[in-house]
Design a protein around this ligand. Structure first.
Ligand SMILES: [Zn+2]
Ligand SMILES: [Zn+2]
Length: 151
């Protein structure tokens, strides 16, 4: 993936908001936008550590917040007591199915939901900046048990 446009966007955001532009922040950007799927701050921090990065946990945490603030990352809450992030860079808007048994997260795009969001917000006089739609339940396939055992 070519991240140079994302890096430029982040650089401009940091400058505009008077945050310091540091190589560590861009290292977090690279890891976060290359991460497959949904991750918590600690998972990303551990992944960086494993790859011999010297970035501190605090820098990972606050850089993820900054990346979410400039919309390069989407911040999610899947009903756990932690936030998760995922790349929002060159990605289509989507919603999630969350398995409460094995924790698997499936993504889907449903135009009807976009339509409802538009209709409801128009009716109630709202300027939408985003939406989050989660479906909780249990996978109905064999993998659910397998995932659970692997955890
Ligand atoms: Zn997602
Ligand atoms: Zn499951």
């Amino acid at each position: 993936m070519n991240l140079s446009a994302a890096q430029e966007e982040f650089r401009q955001f940091l400058r505009k908001e008077s945050h310091r532009i540091t190589p560590e922040r861009f290292e977090v950007l690279d890891y976060a936008l290359s991460y497959e799927g949904h991750f918590g701050a600690d998972e990303l921090y551990l992944k960086m550590k494993t790859n011999n990065s010297n970035v501190s946990r605090a820098t990972v945490y606050n850089t993820l917040e900054l990346l979410a603030a400039c919309d390069l990352l989407a911040k999610r809450n899947f009903g756990e007591n932690k936030s998760r992030y995922e790349s929002n860079y060159e990605r289509k808007n989507h919603d999630h199915l969350i398995c409460i048994s094995c924790g698997a997260i499936k993504e889907f795009s449903e135009p009807k939901i976009e339509q409802i969001v538009e209709e409801v917000s128009k009716k109630l006089g709202y300027d939408v900046s985003g939406h989050s739609f989660n479906i909780f339940g249990k996978c109905t396939n064999e993998n659910c048990k397998l995932n659970k055992n692997a955890k």
